[in-house]
Structures are given as structure tokens and as C-alpha cells.
Ligand binder design. Structure first.
Ligand SMILES: [Zn+2]
Length: 146
């Protein structure tokens, strides 16, 4: 499943994927209807985006009667996870903690979310290292400067 995500999903394609993830399987007509108000896209735009997602093998197509039914080949959870990890792969290991703290500070969270985060942090506290090791190339972060 992960190899299929090598081709990045664009912002516009995320909108399409979210409709399909929610509906499990759906037709282009339903996707067009779902996104009409939010995005104001023409049917041709939606069809073009669907076509790209099929090319990227993120959607499978099945002919049912006179229409096509689209199903996602990747889960929403996996896709979000992949994108998040991709972002973190672009920053120094030493900056990950602070970056997560910034994301948390800017997020609206429920009591349940905070409970979950506290549990994760308690686990992390047990496994914490004294110092995070930088794996950057020389010249790509301050810790690698000579
Ligand atoms: Zn670094």
C-alpha cells in the first residue's frame, strides 16, 4: 500500500479522496455533488482529478451499469500518516519535538484527544533518549555546521 503513495496526492486530489473514503465506493456524479458547494468545481474538473487518481493507482474503477464506481486503494489513516511522516522527513531530527509542540499548540483538541496524547507522552517518557541524534547532511541544519 505504501508504494502507491509515492506519487503525492495534491490538495485538489485530497478533496476527492475524502469523499471516496467517506462513501467507501462512489460514482463521479456523487463526488461532483459532494464537492459542488465547497469547491465550485465543474464536472469536467472533478473527472480530470478522478482520472489522475486512477492513473496514480490510488483509485480502482468498476463499471456498474452505465456508470463507473470508484474505490480507494489506500486508507485515509495510512495516507494521512504517510503525508505527516513525509513532512517530518524534511526536517532535522532535533527539531521534531519542537515542531510537534507547535502543531499541538495550534490545534483545537478535545479532552479525549488530550487523554490520548498524554498516554503517548507517558510511553515516550519511558523511552526518551538524552539527546536526539541529527541525521542531516552537512550544511542542511545548524547542528551540522562546523
Ligand atoms: Zn540536523
Amino acid at each position: 500500500m505504501t508504494t502507491q503513495l509515492k506519487l503525492a496526492i495534491t490538495d485538489a486530489e485530497w478533496e476527492i479522496m475524502r469523499v471516496i473514503w467517506t462513501a467507501k465506493s462512489t460514482s463521479s456524479k456523487e463526488i461532483i455533488n459532494a464537492l459542488q458547494d465547497k469547491m465550485g468545481w465543474k464536472p469536467t474538473t472533478v473527472k480530470t482529478l478522478i482520472g489522475r487518481l486512477v492513473e496514480k493507482k490510488l483509485l480502482t474503477t468498476q463499471a456498474v451499469g452505465n456508470k463507473f464506481i470508484y474505490t480507494a486503494t489506500v486508507t485515509e489513516e495510512e495516507s494521512v500518516r504517510k503525508v505527516t511522516l513525509d513532512v517530518f522527513s524534511h526536517i532535522c531530527n532535533k527539531k521534531i519535538g519542537k515542531t510537534i509542540a507547535n502543531v499541538l499548540a495550534e490545534s483545537t483538541l478535545s479532552q479525549d484527544d488530550i487523554l490520548l496524547l498524554t498516554e503517548v507522552l507517558e510511553q515516550k517518557k519511558k523511552q526518551a533518549v538524552n539527546e536526539v541524534v541529527c541525521s542531516c547532511s552537512k550544511g542542511q541544519c545548524d547542528c551540522c555546521k562546523e
